[in-house]
Design a protein around this ligand. Structure first.
Ligand code: XBP
Ligand code: MG
Length: 249
């Protein structure tokens, strides 16, 4: 195992429920639209990867959305830009912490000389906002690659983002381990031939995550993992990831 491929939304932080969803609603309000996405509806919409794609999907089912495709696309682009600005502001207000256990595992990987990459279908601006807030302005120095929506426009569950990250790292799929939280993320990594460990996030608390080597509630705890981890205290360690990665065949 020579590299960790980190998903962002849901894996590094609970960005969807408290960040993107809230910011989308603020964008609707800013343009005088009556649309609001509650948590239940947003949970459904998360099946569509990509904020702009999610907007277009939602508009397709709304009688009060513009009927013409061009106008819908222009509106989605405008809403998405406002949403991303609002998201950055929410992050800068300190409202989206990193998930427990994430900084510790990143530090352990860095100390052990394991390469790390960001592999996400979110926009680069959102990654920049979140990681600069929590890891400092020079956060990118800790990552050998950062693949975002702009780099791999065909989004998860397509394997494009993971494949591009491997290419940039100069590694074959068996040398990497992906960390994901969603069915689409797990499927994307698997389609690229990369083994996956999944930490469940709020919107995917009960979804089956077929193909993941291990599924658990978070990197900060050893209870609740399948397959089970020994020991009761502390979080998931690099040694645990290596042991799971060894079982991938
Ligand atoms: C993340 C996404 C993104 C975010 C919003 O999925 O699907 O669309 O919800 O970001 P993953 P954008 O965690 O699998 O990468 O609005 O920038 O798309
Ligand atoms: Mg995710």
């Amino acid at each position: 195992m020579r590299a960790l491929l980190w998903d962002v939304d849901g894996t590094l932080a609970e960005t969807e429920r408290d960040g993107h969803r809230v910011a989308f609603n603020e964008a609707f309000a800013a343009l005088g639209l009556p649309w609001r996405w509650d948590e239940a509806h947003y949970g459904e919409l998360l099946r569509v990867a990509g904020g702009r794609e999610r907007l277009l999907h939602d508009m397709a089912g709304r009688a009060d959305a513009p009927p013409e495709r061009e106008r819908r696309e222009a509106l989605a682009a405008e809403l998405h830009a406002i949403k991303n600005r609002r998201y950055a502001a929410i992050v800068a207000e300190g409202r989206i912490p990193l998930r427990d256990g994430v900084p510790a595992l990143m530090a352990e990987a860095r100390a052990a000389g394991i390469a790390q990459a960001i592999v996400t279908t979110t926009s680069r601006a959102n990654v920049e906002a979140l990681l600069a807030e929590h890891l400092g302005a020079r956060w990118a120095e800790d990552f050998a690659a950062c693949v975002c929506a702009e780099d791999a426009p065909v989004k998860k569950p397509a394997p494009d983002a993971h494949r591009l990250a491997l290419q940039r790292l100069g590694l074959a799929p068996p040398a990497a381990l992906a960390l994901e939280d969603s069915p689409a993320g797990v499927a994307a990594a698997r389609a690229a031939g990369v083994a996956v460990v999944a930490t469940r996030s709020a919107f995917f608390a009960n979804d089956p995550l077929p193909g993941a080597l291990a599924v658990g509630p978070g990197l900060h705890m050893r209870q609740g993992w399948a397959p089970a981890l020994d020991g009761a205290t502390g979080g998931v360690t690099l040694a645990d990831l290596r042991a799971w990665h060894e079982r991938r065949r």
